[in-house]
Design a binder for this molecule. Structure first.
Ligand SMILES: [Zn+2]
Length: 320
């Protein structure tokens, strides 16, 4: 470093070399050091806050990608939620209605959910807020899915029970060809006793030997009403239903035997108190005799049903 500099002298009109003292040199050096530090700080500030390093650029890119992915996740969860809402709606208003089950309680599908542990430790940046939102939605969806699965399992059991129940309710005609109902249910003139009596079933006139079929699944009962019923089969169907077939010429089943709807159980005859060849058929629900005509719905057309209903209303004498 030069230890002096030149200074203009207006008197001599020339530059003269001036010798510098140590103090002056030290002052200059301190100034150089301070300005260098200031420049260095400025450079660091620019590097940190203005110009992104390649690593920062990469992080920013990654952050943007994550934001987009979280956004996409939210959209897909919303879509799944809509689909589930539709299933829940059909479950409550169609399936559960058909199977006579109450709708799933709202508290089961939408319980108050606890905050996810550790969710507060996430920073409050926009992306993490959206991620938290997606997590909450996913939790709710999981609960709703679990409630829906439970509901469908319940309905499956109910449907099984229902079909078993339906096969146990009398639903077909006991004779294949629906011969005329010669005497209906209710008060009728008794042909043998010659009095007005309550007729507890329907009489269907048919030739002797016509096959008689079980009108629902069940077990042949050991009970035998005897007396005027003659050769008689009683079937217990469960669900408090029983059917009775009287005045047979011959039985085709024995007590304790399990029978299916439509299975042959005997033949039409005149046994017991009967004036002509016919089947006396009863449907018993609990302790009550009910009109069997109301249970002929499974294998006839509406026109046939109306015709049977009309013929069974006729006030005439029963064949017993
Ligand atoms: Zn009768």
């Amino acid at each position: 470093m030069p230890n002096g500099f030149y200074k203009f002298n207006p008197k001599t009109l020339s530059y003269e070399k001036v010798k510098l003292g140590f103090k002056h040199i030290a002052k200059r050096m301190i100034w150089v050091v301070i300005s260098s530090i200031a420049f260095a700080l400025l450079f660091v500030w620019i590097a940190f806050y203005v110009i992104d390093s390649p690593k920062e650029k990469l992080l920013e890119k990654e952050n943007n990608e994550l934001k987009a992915q979280v956004e996409d996740l939210n959209t897909r969860i919303d879509l799944m939620s809509d689909v589930l809402l539709d299933i829940e709606d059909r479950d409550d208003n169609v399936y559960r209605t058909i199977l006579e089950a109450d709708p799933v309680p709202t508290s089961e599908r939408y319980p108050l959910l606890m905050e996810r542990p550790g969710s507060d430790s996430l920073s409050r940046s926009e992306a993490s807020e959206r991620l938290k939102e997606a997590n909450k939605k996913a939790d709710k969806l999981m609960v709703r899915l679990a409630a829906q699965t439970k509901s469908l399992e319940e309905l499956e059991k109910l449907a099984d029970k229902k079909s078993e129940m339906l096969s146990c309710i009398p639903a077909i005609r006991p004779l294949k060809n629906m011969y005329t109902v010669t005497s209906g249910f209710g008060r009728r003139y008794h042909p043998v006793l010659k009095t007005l009596r309550s007729h507890t079933g329907v009489d269907i006139a048919a030739p002797k030997g016509t096959p008689i079929y079980a009108t629902a699944d069940g077990v042949v009962s050991s009970e035998n009403p005897g007396g005027g019923y003659g050769i008689c089969v009683v079937i217990s169907h469960g669900y408090s239903y029983k059917t009775l077939y009287a005045h047979m010429s011959k039985k085709a089943v024995r007590a304790g035997q399990r029978v299916k709807r439509g299975q042959l159980i005997g033949y039409v005859g005149t046994s017991g108190m009967a004036t002509g060849s016919h089947l006396h058929y009863e449907v018993i629900k609990g302790d009550q005799r009910v009109n069997p005509v109301y249970y002929f719905y499974s294998d006839i057309t509406p026109e046939e049903y109306n015709a049977i209903l009309e013929s069974s209303k006729k006030v005439n004498q029963s064949l017993s």
